[in-house]
Design a protein around this ligand. Structure first.
Ligand code: NAP
Length: 492
């Protein structure tokens, strides 16, 4: 199944075919695209245990987790389809002058063919038929998926299902293209192809940033929406710690080791004030972690990465071991571990703020409240920041709370950041380096917005307008009769 090399001509052909798939989707209105998306959901839903078995073999993820993720993926298509159907993302606008001489209408249309790089840690929900593909098709964009090498067969099975749904709908297969290659070159050349208009990526900072730079340095730059992970700081504040130090240890450990720590929302760094409560919390961590068996990671490369990064962090000055899980640290299984450092060492060593993708935690102890703020200030953009806090804590830490809003996409009051709801009000994104565009989310129906651009129509006869803008369209959301028309005109 693996392709060694792709010629420039072959890549050009793929891009051209995808462009023709885009043209087809552009003829469909929101309602028709929603129908197609529901058909894709139906096809994926009937994939049976054979798919789960293949995914299990390729990713080493637990059966229950895979079944849940597959269900979530189907749900994602349906939710996004329903959102698209409402016309919400068309954002249709209509301005008519008092004398009827000027008629301006605007709506959002798809950007063009989108290249999607699937994530290794979500073979269904963030890969071939995952949220990026669903939101791009919802926006009316054709998709080229560059299969993740960690689950090529799973990817192929999902791609076949999408193609079957396209056939049932009567859509050309070029609406969705699945490509497999064993070097970075294929993906890089696709990102650079002039017919490609946007890119979606979930994975490492190195990969996401490399593809983002490629997108920006094209003669015609394009948006590259890369989600590149986070350390998801957890601020365990004093009043909360006094009340919950011991029970909180259990909650923190279960989130840290969930899915062998292979979640972009893994709570990798916890910040707390030094003292008796932190001591109690660390005792709790020790006993909780001692029960955690070593587990298999997604693939050998991720394990090697984990072991290397964890070793690098633990070898830094001022870093001490707090607790380890069962097993040893140099096997084919990942051993969970939690270390500690002080705010002084942390603030003087950027290495300590880097993500260690896997079941690895670092506690940063601070000697006073001001240091909590200094530590938060040292972090780059994050997907999430959690306040393990009481209301009293927040009242006395307003500055910390305000600054956190500048630093992340999702702020949690208590609870743990792992587990991302596929809802309208979710924000799965954050300031760089968590993502390359903090204005957008890659989870929830609003993910569709990434692949749209506004177009205005001035004085066009009704027949030629897109369905979303026609007079008779009930989806039209704003009909503004502009009383100040002439005053608002500018010459540009
Ligand atoms: P990755 O190495 O970033 O790869 C993801 C995809 O991007 C793969 O298809 C890969 O191509 C492609 N890619 C990466 N660098 C590229 C480049 N310079 N040019 C062109 N294509 C490139 O991610 P991964 O394999 O899933 O995991 C590796 C590490 O990523 C993990 O250890 C972890 O640190 C991090 N990670 C983060 C998240 C997150 O939540 N953001 C999720 C998963 C992993 P190939 O197919 O050719 O390899």
């Amino acid at each position: 199944m693996m392709r060694k090399e792709w010629t420039a001509n072959e890549i050009d052909l793929i891009a051209q075919q995808s462009e023709s798939g885009f043209r087809f989707l552009q003829q469909l209105n929101s309602d028709e695209r929603a129908k197609l998306m529901h058909l894709i959901a139906d096809e994926i839903e009937v994939l049976d245990e054979a798919l789960i078995e293949v995914a299990e073999q390729e990713t080493a993820l637990a059966l229950g987790r895979l079944q849940g993720e597959k269900a979530r993926t189907v749900n994602q298509w349906r939710r996004y389809a329903n959102a698209v159907k409402t016309g919400l993302y068309s954002e249709a606008r209509l301005d008519v002058s008092e004398d009827g001489q000027m008629d301006l209408r605007k709506y959002n249309k798809g950007l063009g063919p989108v290249v999607v790089f699937g994530a290794s840690n979500f073979p269904f929900a963030f890969s071939t038929a995952g949220g990026d593909t669903a939101s791009a098709i919802g926006a009316g964009c054709s998709v080229i998926v560059k299969a993740h090498p960690g689950h090529v067969y799973t990817s192929q099975m999902m791609a076949e299902k999408i193609h079957r749904a396209l056939e049932k709908y009567g859509a050309p297969k070029d609406v969705f293209t699945h490509v497999i290659g064993d070097s970075f070159e294929l993906g890089q050349r696709l990102v650079q192809h002039p017919l490609i208009k946007a890119v979606a990526f979930t994975g490492s900072f190195k990969g996401g940033k490399a593809l983002f730079d490629l997108g920006q340095t094209r003669p015609d730059p394009i948006p590259v929406f890369a989600e590149m992970g986070s350390v998801n700081p957890v601020f365990a504040l004093p009043d909360f710690m006094t009340q919950h130090a011991e029970t909180f240890a259990k909650q923190y450990v279960s989130s840290l080791v969930l899915g062998t720590g292979q979640f972009c929302t893994n709570p990798g760094i916890l910040i707390a004030l030094a003292g008796q409560d932190l001591q109690l919390f660390k005792e709790g961590l020790k006993s909780e972690l001692s029960e955690i068996p070593p587990t298999k990671m997604l693939h050998a490369g991720i394990l090697a990465n984990f072991q290397q990064l964890a070793t690098e962090v633990t070898q830094q000055e001022g870093v001490q071991l707090i607790a380890k899980g069962k097993g040893t640290d140099q096997t084919e299984l990942a051993q969970a571990a939690i270390y500690e450092t002080s705010s002084t060492y942390f603030l003087n060593n950027p290495k300590l703020a880097e993500e260690v993708f896997g079941p690895f935690g670092l506690i940063v102890s601070c000697s006073n409240k001001q240091e909590l703020l200094t530590v938060l200030n040292a972090f780059g953009g994050q997907l999430t920041i959690t306040f393990s806090a009481t209301e009293q804590d927040i009242e006395s830490q307003q500055e910390l709370f305000q600054l956190a809003q500048e630093k992340c996409g999702r702020l949690l009051f208590q609870g743990m950041p792992t587990g991302v709801e596929v809802q309208y009000a979710i924000q799965h994104g954050g300031p760089f380096p968590a993502t390359t565009d903090t204005r957008f989310t890659s989870v929830g129906p609003d993910a569709v917005k990434r692949f749209l651009r506004p177009v205005s129509f001035q004085n066009w006869p009704n027949t030629f307008l897109p369905d979303e803008l026609k007079n008779e369209n009930p989806l039209q959301i704003d009909r503004l009769v502009n009383q100040q028309w002439s005053k608002n005109k500018i010459i540009k």
